[in-house]
Ligand binder design. Structure first.
Ligand code: ARG
Length: 547
């Protein structure tokens, strides 16, 4: 365009930047690069503004969106196992990031509470306790308030029933019938269902609480069922749904498809609804109740075809308007060190609860080890236990979130719990270190509030590196939100923690005699701590006061 050699253009640009407010130096380098050096004063001013403004100056969205995050997705009556971890951990973070940006975000657990598993539990209950009033078809009185089983019994009933149904055709038949009768409204079964729900939900709440995962809505697949008949009628009336090989289907393939997209099945040949029916009816319900601009689903990547079909069908039939964005975040598998899906030592499915306990225990041992090394440190056993839990959760969540969601990853407890390297405990250790310096500074009479104006231009490379890293906060968060990518926040805080530790290594802070300089360092520490804490909160974990 300019008919000039690149280096000449670079020279021209450099020439125009001589009085820049932002750059101290702009240098053209052969064959046509520009080296930009930011002005120390500009960077210091920028950080000063960050510290003063709410959310470090992050811009509020022009229009607040309503976003539903559909995550967790446990199936009631079955204990949570490691396969449920990723959905909960990634979903919670995606939700928190969107909320921090300033959107209205609703998390829905979307329990699997509709289908054969309920019939299985009822059938097994009937075999164990045939005399219970729930099985008497002539009973018209009120049913007991108290459930006829505990959570541990329920956890035994389901796998037993599921095992039986695979071998025993009669049992399977009975379970299918019970499912149908339950869905058809049989009173005694409905009463049992609400017991199953109550006992199971209490247990789920406790488990998710331990993961610091919280849902705004505790809805399930069953909540969508009332919307099914009208939805199916609409699809027929508008000519979208037609019979094919006995089933009611909607075509969803498009001309630009490069692989085959089979039709979306709305009703099976026996008229029963399926996973896709439920997800479509749930969208009808969500549009009516929340009118979201965006719905984000966290589910195993192997379900991607299901979501393509459901999303296309929802748009095509007008359940969801063009303006509402539907997005599936498909996550990869959590593998053991052998590269195969994570299992217990004896090859069984690992209960989430046991996994958490194991890591809590390992963390506690590490903390005690640390304590022995620093003999003067006496930590109260209760505090040690609390701290172990906090650090263990960070280890697990960071271990998961630091990987791109769509990829499989190796759940390596040893690596995840290490205090060094790209791990949750390393990030927490950095925060704890800053907290400790700040409290020593305060103990000597220093104050850490209102120091934002104290930030001075960097004195050395380590300090400048830290300051540049801090300045990347806004861009990082916006990008993590746009791409629903918590791993970008992990990469950022790892960089920031390294930058801080580099600075800490090179700089005497508490021993600094120049008061102005010391205040400037302390202000940087405060900002680093706040940025790190804000980020880990978006990832769904927190830091203890000491480790
Ligand atoms: N309960 C399902 C499962 O265990 C996950 C649900 C995902 N969410 C959804 N709306 N389909 O696979």
């Amino acid at each position: 365009l300019y008919k000039k050699a690149p280096i000449m253009i670079a020279n021209d640009v450099a020439g125009k930047c001589t009085d820049s407010r932002v750059f101290a130096e702009v240098q053209a380098v052969a064959p046509g690069f520009l080296n930009l050096k930011i002005k120390g004063s500009f960077l210091a001013d920028y950080l000063t503004q960050m510290e003063k403004e709410e959310k470090f100056g992050l811009e509020v969205p022009e229009k607040q969106k309503t976003i539903i995050v559909d995550y967790g997705g446990p199936n009631v009556a079955k204990p949570l196992h490691v396969g449920h971890l990723r959905s909960a951990v990634i979903g919670e973070s995606v939700k928190r990031i969107a909320r921090y940006i300033g959107h209205k975000v609703i998390g829905d657990i979307h329990m699997g509470d509709w289908g054969l598993q309920m019939g299985l539990v009822i059938t097994e209950m009937k075999e164990r306790y045939p005399d219970l009033v729930y099985f008497d078809p002539d009973y018209t009185g009120e049913y007991p308030k108290e459930a006829p089983f505990t959570i541990s019994e329920l956890e035994d009933i389901y796998p037993t029933a599921s095992g039986k149904s695979k071998q025993d055709a009669v049992f399977k038949e009975a379970a299918l019938l019970a499912t149908k009768e339950l869905q058809g409204g049989r009173r005694g079964y409905q009463a049992l269902l609400s017991h199953i729900m109550n006992v199971s939900v209490t247990d789920l709440k406790r488990n998710y609480e331990n993961l610091n995962v919280h849902f705004e809505l505790w809805k399930g697949e069953s909540d969508a069922q009332p919307y099914v008949p009208e939805m199916v009628q609409m699809m027929k009336d508008k000519g979208y749904a037609y019979m094919s090989e006995g089933a009611l289907v909607v075509d969803v393939k498009e001309d630009t498809d490069t692989k085959e997209i089979p039709p979306c099945i709305i009703l099976k040949s026996d008229g029963a609804s399926l996973y896709s029916t439920t997800d479509l009816a749930t969208l009808v319900m969500r549009m009516k109740e929340n009118n979201p601009d965006r719905v984000i689903y966290l589910a195993d990547a192997r379900q991607s075809m299901h979501f393509i079909q459901v999303f296309r069908c929802a748009k095509k039939t007008g359940i969801v308007p063009e303006t509402t964005e539907l997005k599936h975040i498909g996550f990869g598998t959590m593998n053991g060190k052998d590269g195969k899906p994570f299992k217990t030592r004896d090859g069984g499915v690992m209960r989430l609860e046991y996994l958490l306990k194991e890591i809590d225990g390992e963390m506690l041992a590490k903390i005690k080890e640390n304590q022995k090394e620093k003999e003067n440190l006496d930590i109260d056993p209760k505090e040690a236990e609390e701290t172990a839990k906090t650090v263990a959760l960070a280890a697990i969540k960071y271990g998961d979130l630091s990987n791109q969601a769509s990829k499989d990853y190796v759940f390596d407890i040893e690596r995840f719990t290490s205090f060094e390297g790209n791990t949750g405990p390393y990030i927490l250790y950095t925060i704890v270190r800053i907290k400790s310096i700040l409290s020593k500074y305060q103990a000597k009479g220093g104050t850490i509030e209102g120091l934002s104006d104290a930030i001075c231009p960097a004195r050395n490379a380590g300090q400048k590196n830290l300051m540049l890293s801090l300045a990347k906060f806004n861009a990082t968060i916006e990008n993590a939100y746009e791409e629903s990518a918590p791993h970008k926040i992990c990469a950022y805080i790892y960089e920031l923690a390294n930058a801080f530790n580099g600075f800490y290594h090179d700089t005497k802070i508490l021993a600094e005699e120049n008061d102005k300089l010391q205040k400037s360092y302390i202000a940087l520490l405060v900002l680093t701590k706040e940025v790190l804490e804000t980020c880990i909160d978006m990832l769904g974990f927190s830091a203890p006061d000491r480790m």
